[in-house]
Design a protein. Structure first.
Ligand code: SF4
Length: 114
């Protein structure tokens, strides 16, 4: 049995996940917590925020994030990919700044206009 706090909404329900019983989740206030608890123990993923260099913008770095959650084990390597990325203003929120992170089909996208 693993205990964790649900991070899907601010309520922060205390979940218990029973690995011996099909990852059954208890303590969840809604269905989303059940999905989160099960996934967190079988294939944990996160949306990853970061920044890239930008030239010609109002700031020197542009905030970006992954377009979808990626496996937690990939986070370090994914952020490292951005070291070589430099974009040029203007950039629109949602523009892809790095395509297909580590073959996942998920992109880094801008999170603001600049
Ligand atoms: S289980 Fe549902 S209500 Fe509880 S924190 Fe997660 S999302 Fe919020």
């Amino acid at each position: 049995m693993t205990e964790l706090i649900c991070i899907v909404c601010p309520k922060g329900c205390h979940l218990k996940v029973d690995e011996q019983n099909g990852y059954a989740v208890t303590g969840n206030g809604c269905k989303r917590g059940e999905v989160y608890g099960k996934k967190e123990l079988t294939n944990p993923t996160r949306v990853v925020p970061s920044t890239v260099k930008i030239s010609g913008g109002s700031h020197r770095r542009l905030p970006v994030k992954t377009s979808e959650p990626i496996p937690k084990a990939m986070i370090f390597d994914a952020v490292k990919l951005l070291d070589t990325v430099e974009v040029t203003a203007p950039v629109k929120r949602g523009d892809v700044v790095y395509k297909d992170i580590l073959g996942t089909g998920i992109d880094f996208v801008a999170t603001r206009d600049m």
